[in-house]
Design a protein around this ligand. Sequence first.
Ligand code: ASP
Ligand code: MG
Length: 405
Amino acid sequence: MARIVMKFGGTSVADLDRIRNVAARVKREVDAGHEVAVVTSAMAGATNQLVAWCQDLSPLYDAREYDTVVATGEQVTVGLLAIALQTLGVEARSWTGWQVPVATDGQHGKARIASIDGAELIRRMQTGQVPVIAGFQGIGPDRRITTLGRGGSDTSAVAVAAAIGADRCDIYTDVDGVYTTDPRIVRKARKLAAITYEEMLELASVGAKVLQTRSVELAMKERVRVQVLSSFSDAPGTLVVDEDEIVEQEIVAGIAYSRDEAKVTIRRVPDRPGIAASVFGPLAEASINVDMIVQNVSEDGTTDMTFTLNKTELPRARAVLEAMHAEIQYADLSIDADVAKISVVGVGMRSHAGVAGTMFRALAGRGINILVISTSEIKVSVLIAAEYTELAVRALHTAYGLDVV
Ligand code: ASP
Ligand code: MG
């Protein structure tokens, strides 16, 4: 017997037939003798609709009321799923965030979970009841409803799994696992049987959209074994686990891409100590995250600085950078939003040389120019022109020997 959290995403609970299908899956695990807690998302599209309503009424909506509205999507699905389970003879009870309670901080719209009291859930599970818990929501210090940011129900599921000491957190979604890259771009993409927390974290943060980044961070911290699988098939999924659980480790686990970033270059910045601090300090103060950074060698006492940031931050970043012109007499500011970041990720890079070299050769072979490079312990990222995204991803997938044969 195991204790399992089963989490179902929006597409898995998109209508009543799918909710019935989910109930049948839960019943299977219950019948096998497991203790099961379920976490659900809202019906596909429901949260988008709720967000749109808030924005229509006021673009500057009150974040507390936004949370009150958008948290309702999950209340619908937990109630319906509990009914569907009861119909199948499974004893089930719905739980909203405040009822558990899932205590969060007070950052409405993007709250972080502070603690979950799992005692009552465990007690119910031990009597054979299935708690059906609303993902994405909690209760803040002011006792108001909070939500965890888009995609937050993955994080709810992992947090519940940690709180009740689950053996596994199964995340059911519309893809049947984690692939070496996006199968829509590379037909020869391969499903991974297992991937390490660190690799999953890097892949999630550079654009692979399977799991919310925060959920992977939490799983790694709390050592929750996560499995990503499809609610529409019985195919085995992908385990997200500790490195020592993985037997056959590839050097590169996956390739991700993101078109969410823009490249900013500040030309002819005076090259003196403290200049980077005066450029990036004000950006950080404005809560603008900068990702890749390069600074050229200086020739005549000036240098060029290039960095990337999220496209959505561009208007604010431009304002901050223009405001500093009086202090830093740079020549000009150029912005390119037509770029893509391609990243290769794998823990094998720690012990194998030449991963970056293979990447550069493969891109050169396709005539793709690299604009910016950045590396971390287990990741190499390059920025290229957006039009070459697919070509680059395919070339790299082949170069690292990841294509299914
Ligand atoms: N329903 C929420 C959203 O669409 C939370 C989630 O699905 O994870 O963002
Ligand atoms: Mg999701």
